[in-house]
Design a binder for this molecule. Structure first.
Ligand code: FES
Ligand code: FES
Length: 173
């Protein structure tokens, strides 16, 4: 029996989208295959690499682990929606300034994850690396960033420059 499609609407990068989707489709596949937003990458498709990270209502998620149908009415931001016109988001600009990528495949996920992570710090979310339970952006240590970004793998091992970029961007966002 054919699987029926379900109608849904969500806001992606500040634009309303109405789609009819197979209820089994992941958010990542909906973004890439139905909306042409190919910035979010498919690395492992198993929640292990972070290449597919996007922001949903401001929080970072692995879009390969989430069904599109779960996001009715949600506000989704992908790497394509972070810049303000020609002006890069501070985290994007810092990645360029610090040479935080090599092949660039992991970069959209790294940047979206960093944006979400900096917001989590601002909100006082603890991490295993925090001794006081809530690191401040001005006291962001390398250990803190490594722990909070541990869901994002870079096969080129551009980690030192990624960390430098995030530390720099933390002062501006
Ligand atoms: S593609 Fe989603 S975590 Fe790897
Ligand atoms: S820059 Fe190549 S995987 Fe990260």
């Amino acid at each position: 029996m054919p699987i029926s499609r379900i109608p849904m609407t969500f806001r992606i990068n500040a634009t309303e989208h109405a789609l009819e989707l197979d209820p089994r489709m992941t958010l990542l596949d909906a973004l890439r295959n139905h909306l042409g937003l190919t910035g979010s990458k498919k690395g492992c498709d198993h929640g292990q690499c972070g290449a597919c990270t996007v922001l949903v209502n401001g929080r970072r998620i692995n879009s390969c682990l989430s069904l599109a149908a779960q996001h009715e009415g949600d506000e989704i931001t992908t790497i394509e929606g972070l810049a303000d016109g020609d002006e890069l988001h501070p985290v994007q600009a810092a990645f360029v300034a610090h040479d935080g990528f090599q092949c660039g495949y992991c970069t959209p996920g790294q940047i979206c994850s960093a944006v979400g992570m900096l917001e989590e710090i601002r909100a006082g979310w603890p991490s295993y690396a925090s001794t006081d339970g809530a690191a401040r952006p001005d006291a962001l240590t390398e250990a803190e960033i490594r722990e909070r970004m541990s869901g994002n793998i870079c096969r080129c091992a551009a980690y030192p420059n990624i960390i430098a970029a995030i530390r720099d961007a933390a002062k501006e966002v």
